[in-house]
Design a protein around this ligand. Structure first.
Ligand code: ZN
Length: 419
């Protein structure tokens, strides 16, 4: 049972923060004043991304990030079992001077109270991972850190922990709020973001922009696909299989419907010239029949519709009803709204500029869709490698984490210069 207890604690002032003020060069700052004109089109006027170099193992800050990631991986946090990791993250955040840590059950929030009133930007990352696949402990090989959840998305959490502890927040023109939450890898309604929404609603109020640190290779992924899981039942009538004319075979009746679903063409939906969503539908599971000698009276087909951001959830359900027509009945099992493409949001533009103009579609669902449903513009942007997510040999790279920190620092610290 989740307790409803909310604990608040402002961390000790004046705690010595490691890596500060010791002459270590901070990431190169690149001005974002040449804002992009239309980052979904081809008229990009952003600076080029910084040249990617190999890992600099002499940089103590990079070494510290690697250590953070190793520790994050080595504390298992499969969905619903995140408490130990939440405790550890909370402990790390409590060492940051000038910050405030809030804890709601296993959700951890960090912010700088002195920045309250400035434009609020949410940075969020989930604590949980998918189940282990013999990959629970971290392993470092050159630039790579292997282990469960490394790319999805503990590399992003390590970046957050480094980000909040390293620079003086007094220079910020925005109010960044960091959310470390549970249960992203399971059902829509289980997410720890719902706990935060319920217990700390004021945290979400007046949020101008949100960044989910999902694995994107440091690109900015605008919006996200919606996800409708519908169980379609094709009905028949049971009878002895030797006398099928006394019944109605539901499996046979399902054939034209399945053929119709299979024939639905992919729909391409473009937002500008570089963000293309591919809207697709397909049958993903099928079950039916009672016994080998009984004419089946029902077939249940799970139909999964991954819909583009130009549709609402209601629209997606209506589309599915039209597709199925009177061939079966529909039960909506899960409906996650698509994420809006926030083309006009100035904070989104600043982030895209900080990322060197690298944008694309999110051809999957993420919590960006949840923020959209809450009326908050959001994107995905993180150092993890999308193709590594949920892999047995999942890894993240130090190089991408270094670039991620630099990207977020450009976004956070250069914001005032461009406004
Ligand atoms: Zn993830």
């Amino acid at each position: 049972m989740r307790s409803r207890l909310v604990t608040r604690a402002t961390v000790l002032r004046g705690v010595q923060v490691p890596r500060r003020g010791n002459g270590i060069p901070l990431a190169t700052r690149v001005s974002t004043s040449r804002a992009v004109a239309d980052f979904t089109g081809d008229t990009i006027d952003a600076h080029s991304p910084p040249a990617m170099t190999g890992p600099d193992f002499s940089d103590p800050r990079a070494g510290h990030r690697r250590q953070l990631l190793v520790q994050l991986i080595n504390i298992p946090s499969v969905s619903h079992q995140e408490r130990q990791l939440a405790d550890w993250v909370e402990g790390q955040l409590r060492q940051v001077s000038r910050g405030e840590v809030l804890r709601v059950v296993d959700e951890v929030v960090f912010r700088f109270p002195a920045l309250t009133g400035k434009p609020k930007i949410i940075f969020c990352g989930h604590l949980d991972t998918v189940p282990a696949n013999d990959n629970l402990s971290a392993r470092v090989e050159g630039d790579r850190v292997y282990g469960l959840g490394s790319s999805d998305l503990k590399a992003g959490l390590a970046v957050f922990l480094d980000l909040v502890a390293t620079r003086d927040p007094a220079a910020l023109h925005v109010d960044p709020v960091f959310l470390f939450y549970t249960c992203e890898e399971v059902a829509y309604h289980e997410s720890g973001l719902l706990v935060i929404q319920r217990e700390l609603p004021e945290l979400l109020e007046d949020t101008r922009f949100a960044i989910c640190v999902e694995p994107t290779d440091n690109a900015v992924e605008l919006g996200c696909l919606g996800n409708l899981q519908a169980e379609v039942t094709v009905h028949g009538k049971a009878a002895h299989s030797a006398r099928p004319w006394l019944g109605a075979n539901a499996i046979h009746a399902a054939v034209p419907l399945i053929a119709k679903i299979a024939a639905v063409p992919e729909r391409a939906v473009d937002f500008g010239e570089r963000v293309r969503y591919r809207e697709v539908v397909g049958a993903t599971t099928i079950a039916g029949g009672r016994a080998r000698n009984v004419i089946p009276d029902a077939v249940h087909v799970n139909v999964n519709f991954r819909f583009a951001p130009d549709r609402s959830g209601d629209d997606a359900v209506a589309w599915m009803r039209e597709l199925v027509g009177d061939a079966g009945t529909i039960e909506v099992k899960d409906l996650s709204p698509a994420g809006r493409v926030p083309s006009e949001n100035s904070f989104c533009r600043a982030l895209v500029a900080a990322a060197g103009g690298t944008v694309r579609a999110k051809q999957a669902w993420t919590d960006v869709g949840r923020f959209t449903a809450w009326g908050i513009d959001a994107v995905s942007c993180g150092p993890g490698i999308p193709a590594q997510a949920h892999q047995k040999d999942e890894y993240a790279t130090m190089t991408a984490m270094t670039e991620s920190v630099a990207l977020f620092e450009r976004f956070l610290y250069d914001m005032g210069e461009s406004k």
